[in-house]
Design a protein around this ligand. Structure first.
Ligand code: PBG
Length: 333
């Protein structure tokens, strides 16, 4: 249906733009704190907040500080925190066994947050890259990232995270078949209510650079992730992946990165109508922050405009390092 409008001057599109009240009245989408998922980096220690050089304003937090961040999320109306560990290099091994250690950093932080701030949902990534000495999301043999062997480790990791109390699991590994095996392992173990937000359309992107610094995977990573993450040239493939993950038992799907892939968000939402999220990744954050710090653009406005774009593109929410700052502004300061 084409919206009808009379010819000028009967129609003047500027009429409803004249005042803030009129503009608010005709706004088609709105961003709220409840749309935001706040990714938080963790490190070992106590009372520590260590700046991430490539992400100005973002810090790696010790567990006690992460609990404080979760309290802040609750106060700001942010419903979910997503935890990512900086793993001590000494704990990284070719079998990535630390991924399913019940006492690993994310599991300890999850228990602490769920005990202190139960109303904030905790989301944990399912992928091996923070734990693997190869820096890859799966097990590596002879330079090849193994699919089926990796699934067995992902299942152990997912169960340890569900056991720790994670509300949402975010498989970000891009191995084929993971959603199905994770869903059936969760059901069998009695974790019937654990939500899976699949990183369904995840591209092999240059925009993950600062994240890999933040979790200490940059030095470890050998080669690139192009044999398992998507080719940025593709769009139909994203729909096939989302269809597969939804039929394998994902509750929600994600597109990642965000801003360069808003077309994918819109196609996914239109095609499936499922809860759809985007990840405004580390490089997107760094770009806006770097320009703002140079005085080249108004950082606050650029932040809110970029987040609004996700809602306009059909997303139900967005993972963003801007979450606490944006929520504060959206709450009125
Ligand atoms: C790893 C993972 C990555 C991100 C989230 N989970 C990086 C990667 O795939 O290399 C990136 C997030 C960001 O850049 O902010 N499985």
């Amino acid at each position: 249906m084409q919206p009808l409008s009379a010819p000028f001057p009967a129609t003047r599109f500027r009429r409803p733009r004249r005042t803030p009240a009129l503009r608010a009245l005709v706004a088609e989408t709105a961003l709220a704190p409840s749309d935001l998922i706040w990714p938080v980096f963790l490190r070992d220690g106590e009372d520590l907040a260590e700046p991430v050089a490539s992400m100005p304003g973002v810090e790696r937090l010790s567990v006690d500080r992460a609990v404080a961040a979760a309290r802040q999320a609750a106060a700001l109306g942010i419903p979910v925190v997503a935890l990512f560990p900086y793993t001590d290099p000494a704990l990284k091994t070719p079998d990535a066994a630390e991924a399913y250690n019940p006492e690993n950093l994310v599991n300890r932080a999850t228990r602490a947050i769920k005990a202190a701030v139960p109303d904030v949902a905790v989301m944990l990534d399912v992928a091996l890259d923070p734990y693997n000495s190869d820096g890859h999301d799966g097990l590596v043999r002879d330079g090849v990232v193994l699919n089926d062997e990796t699934l067995e480790v992902l299942v152990k990791q997912a169960l340890s995270h569900a056991e720790a109390g994670a509300d949402i699991l975010g498989p970000s590994d891009m191995m084929d078949g993971r959603i199905g095996v994770l869903r059936s392992a969760l059901e069998t173990a009695g974790h019937r209510d654990t939500v899976i937000m699949s990183y369904a359309a995840k591209y092999a992107s240059a925009f993950y650079g600062p994240f890999r610094d933040a979790v200490g995977a940059t030095g470890a990573l050998k080669g690139d992730k192009k044999t398992y993450q998507m080719n940025p040239a593709n769009s139909d493939e994203a729909l096939r992946l989302v269809a597969r993950d939804l039929s394998d038992g994902a509750d929600m799907v994600m597109v990642k990165p965000g801003l360069p892939y808003l077309d994918i968000c819109r196609r996914v939402k239109n095609a499936f109508g499922a809860p759809t999220f985007a990840y405004q990744v580390s490089g997107e954050y760094a770009m806006i922050e770097a320009a703002a710090l140079n005085g080249w653009l108004d950082g606050e406005r650029a932040m809110l405009e970029s987040l609004a774009g996700f809602k306009r593109a059909g997303c139900d929410g967005v993972l963003s390092y801007f979450a606490p700052r944006a929520a504060k502004i959206l709450q009125g300061g």
